[in-house]
Design a protein around this ligand. Structure first.
Ligand code: ADP
Ligand code: ZN
Ligand code: MG
Length: 480
């Protein structure tokens, strides 16, 4: 019998607010342990939470960008459970009446077809603290608690069970990450835990409509691990069923070191949490005006931008994809391309040189030394034939460190491209005279020697000869 996987993801995204969701404590990552904490986020008796407006705005941004219905009225709920890193003994979340419902995002399948993944809901909740196991400051057999993260605002994005393969799960997660980063609501860093993903997995015989019993996988802290863990779990369930066994509903942990999943606990049910409406918070009402303001403030979303890059700039799909992956890169390209006639030239340079430098220097494009206007000046010099591509690369390197404009560097170093045929002819004559053997070989049909002679010519002209003219002159002189 052949089986088909059914997958639904629950993704938690930490919101980039300055303060926590119900108190004024900061949210900075990596602050000294237990330094960002107050009686409210510790849940001391008698304190009262106050909702962070920015966190709500961020959740609405995400809801609108994913085609959700934004509830005019939603409520918070207490989810009760005991865990050492949850000093309050409950988490404030949303259960019935979440803020956003019934949305969807599209993923692009191999071959370009789009597939819609439904979003059941997006709700607001607070994060728990962290249990810190063996580390440099924790002995091997101890566990310490860091409560800094208690009360950090999260959105939980729950997908419909629409995902059918580990690859689709990967693409979906990637899409969400791109989106939260575009919206500026989460940094999307899975390694630091600001984006976390639990995967629900079941399998069913192909053709069967009813879903099978699912397991829930936790603890995958990278995109690759999400894909690998799901793959592993699908295989495990398949082998189990094929051997005549049954899948037990449970929560499993992915162990990245061993590359396998291990059972953690039997799956709790919603009623185990004793959800009830949070008595310390009033219902959340979103008026239409605010929702519309947020709608109007949404940036151009990645797929719309990608489409525009193809239509407006005539870029190949591949280029548009690479350039819109990160919002800041897309803006850099946009700002540059507006000032340059040749959009494809601009695209080649951003995807090639600029992205290379970002990687080498491990920086963000916002920290990149060359700004769009200065970069456009360089590209325009090349597009106009004033400088060769080779010289342009030299100038580019100089601009990275010097802070001088391309025109200044060209003038200072005398780098203007030589297109004057007379000058190039002289140089070609000199090269032919200096390399009689190579010239003879070329004339005997050894085509590859031509490249060598071009190289010599470029060297002799310090790279300034217009390559097109140089090639033509050299060919015609060699033919004589
Ligand atoms: P639970 O009550 O166990 O939390 P939910 O119905 O709330 O389950 O769904 C949690 C997640 O699991 C959702 O992303 C949903 O799409 C997914 N899911 C639900 N049923 C299945 C199933 N049979 N197989 C795979 N995923 C499922
Ligand atoms: Zn606090
Ligand atoms: Mg659930």
């Amino acid at each position: 019998m052949k089986y088909e996987p059914v997958i639904g993801l629950e993704v938690h995204a930490q919101l980039l607010t300055e303060s926590k969701i119900f108190c004024r404590c900061g949210t900075a990552f990596g602050a000294p342990q237990n330094s960002q904490v107050c009686p409210i986020c510790l849940g001391m008796p008698g304190v009262l939470p106050v909702l962070n407006r920015q966190a709500v705005a961020f959740a609405i941004r995400m809801g609108l960008a994913t085609n959700c219905r934004i509830a005019a009225h939603s409520i918070f709920a207490r989810k009760n459970y005991f865990y050492p890193d949850l000093p309050k003994g409950y988490q404030i979340s949303q259960y019935e009446e979440p803020l956003c419902e019934n949305g969807w995002v599209e993923i692009e399948m191999e071959g370009g077809a789009l597939k819609r993944i439904g979003l059941t809901r997006i709700h607001l909740e607070e994060d728990a603290g962290k249990s810190v196991h063996a580390e440099e400051y924790v002995a091997g057999n101890e566990t310490l608690i860091d409560v800094n993260r208690c009360g950090t605002p999260l959105i939980e994005i729950v997908s419909e069970p629409d995902i059918r393969s580990p690859r689709e799960a990967y693409l979906y997660l990637n899409r969400l990450r791109q989106l939260v980063r575009y919206l500026g609501i989460c940094d999307g860093n899975m390694e630091e835990g600001s984006l976390r993903c639990d995967a629900n997995i079941s399998i069913r015989p192909i053709g069967e409509e009813k879903f099978g019993v699912k397991t829930e996988l936790k603890n995958m802290n990278s995109f690759r691990n999400v894909e690998k863990a799901i793959e592993f779990e699908i295989n495990r369930q398949t082998q189990l069923l094929e051997a005549g066994g049954r899948v037990v509903q449970q929560t499993m942990l992915w162990d990245a070191n061993d590359g396998k999943v291990l059972p953690m606990r039997s799956k709790e049910e919603a009623h185990d949490y004793r959800y009830f409406p949070e008595p310390d918070l009033v219902p959340l009402r979103i008026d239409e005006k605010w929702r519309e303001e947020i709608q109007a403030s949404l940036p151009e979303l990645p797929w719309a931008r990608r489409h525009r890059f193809i239509e407006h700039y005539g870029l190949p799909k591949y280029d548009a994809e690479v350039l819109t992956e990160e919002q800041a890169v897309a803006e850099f390209f946009d700002a540059t391309a507006r000032l340059v006639k040749d959009a494809k030239l601009t695209s080649n340079w951003v995807m090639g040189e600029v992205l290379r430098v970002l990687k080498e220097q491990k920086i963000d494009i916002t920290q990149f030394a060359i700004k769009p206007a200065a970069f456009a000046e360089l590209l325009n010099l090349m597009a106009a034939g004033t400088i060769s591509a080779k010289i342009a690369k030299e100038i580019f390197e100089a601009m990275l460190t010097g802070g001088k404009s391309a025109k200044t560097i060209v003038a200072e170093k005398g780098l203007v491209q030589v297109s004057d045929t007379g000058v190039i002819e002289k140089a070609v004559d000199a090269i032919i005279a200096a390399h009689p053997q190579e010239v003879a070989r070329y004339r005997n049909g050894e085509e590859k020697v031509f490249g060598f002679l071009v190289g010599q010519l470029m060297k002799a002209t310090q790279g300034k000869a217009n390559p097109k003219v140089a090639n033509e002159v050299l060919r015609s002189k060699l033919a004589n």
